[in-house]
Design a protein around this ligand. Structure first.
Ligand code: GLU
Length: 297
């Protein structure tokens, strides 16, 4: 088995808050519990949503919490050539195609109402060609991937906390975007290419991202890349019962008192808070044992 390499991969759309620290702490503990490496990757591909300086500030926040990355921090904004290479490989093998549909076109083609926060299902309009429309985005041809790789309709995966999961990607989301109409790289492509390039064996991240996993596995299969193990951590809910986020008023971590912030994250993960005054290194080391016992497998 490949030696454990984990990662924390925040998008620098703002500073870390109580919710994002849970994923940071869980991924750090999991790496330490396995005697592995913990990488930090700043996912600054969606430039209009990125806040200037937030990536550097997040790294500082992590250090302040005693969460020290192994090796250099990877910045997705530097990785365009690798994403282009992956897209080119998919185009060359007939697994990706250009799409000329606007958001309006896709909305108009919906046969069922789309749930809030869910990606609209792409009806496959441009799979057979652009029909004179200019190319806007690039999409993965999910059906072609299945046929080329001999895959069943249901993508199954095991989550170390949530158990067995399955999704029919063609039905649930359709041919998803690899490169956006605005020329930016899509999260799915960037994350899959970088997880493989960094040799990530274990993805530990917030549960709100769990429903991206099947898409990422299909893309790994399309690109001939290994599939890591997955563990999705519990979410911290905001006052409105939704996932805590900057949009619903999550405050940046108070780094005058990192132990209090870490204790709250530990509690969310079912770990006993460390007594006041405990040095950070001690608290982190003390959580590693129980983490290993519970989720180390
Ligand atoms: N950058 C993503 C986010 O902050 C997380 C990516 C991942 O862990 O796969 O929501």
């Amino acid at each position: 088995m490949a030696p454990y390499v984990g990662r924390f991969a925040p998008s620098p759309t703002g500073l870390l808050h109580a919710g994002s620290l849970v994923a940071a702490l869980a991924s750090w503990l999991d790496a330490r519990a396995h005697g592995g490496q913990w990488r930090v990757r700043i996912e600054d591909v969606d430039t209009p949503r990125c806040v200037a300086g937030a990536g550097e500030a997040i790294v500082q926040q992590l250090l302040r919490c005693g969460l020290v990355p192994d090796g250099e921090v990877l910045w997705q904004s530097q990785r365009g050539a690798a994403y282009q290479q992956a897209l080119d490989a998919l185009i060359a093998t007939g697994l990706a195609y250009p799409c000329g549909c606007s958001r309006k076109d896709i909305e108009a083609a919906q046969t069922q109402p789309t749930e809030r926060h869910k990606a609209q299902i792409y009806p496959g309009t441009c799979r057979q060609g652009l029909q004179g429309k200019p190319a806007r985005a690039w999409r993965l041809n999910v059906q072609a991937v299945r046929e080329a790789r001999g895959l069943p309709p249901l993508t199954r995966w095991h989550d170390r906390r949530l158990g067995e999961q399955a999704e029919d990607v063609a039905q649930a989301v359709g041919d998803f975007v690899l490169r956006r109409a605005d020329g930016l790289w899509a999260y799915q492509l960037a994350v899959v290419v970088d997880d493989a390039a960094q040799g990530i064996t274990d993805v530990v991240r917030g549960q709100d991202l769990a429903d991206n996993t099947a898409r990422q596995i299909v893309l790994q299969q399309a690109l001939g890349l290994p599939t890591p193990r997955y563990l999705h951590t519990p979410l911290v809910l905001g006052p409105n019962g939704e996932k805590l986020s900057k949009q619903n008023g999550a405050a940046p971590l108070d780094l005058a008192d990192p132990l209090t912030a870490l204790n709250a994250a530990a509690l969310t993960l079912g770990l006993a808070p460390a007594p006041e005054g405990t040095p950070l290194e001690r608290a982190l080391a003390d959580w590693t044992g129980p983490w290993r016992q519970r989720l180390g497998a």
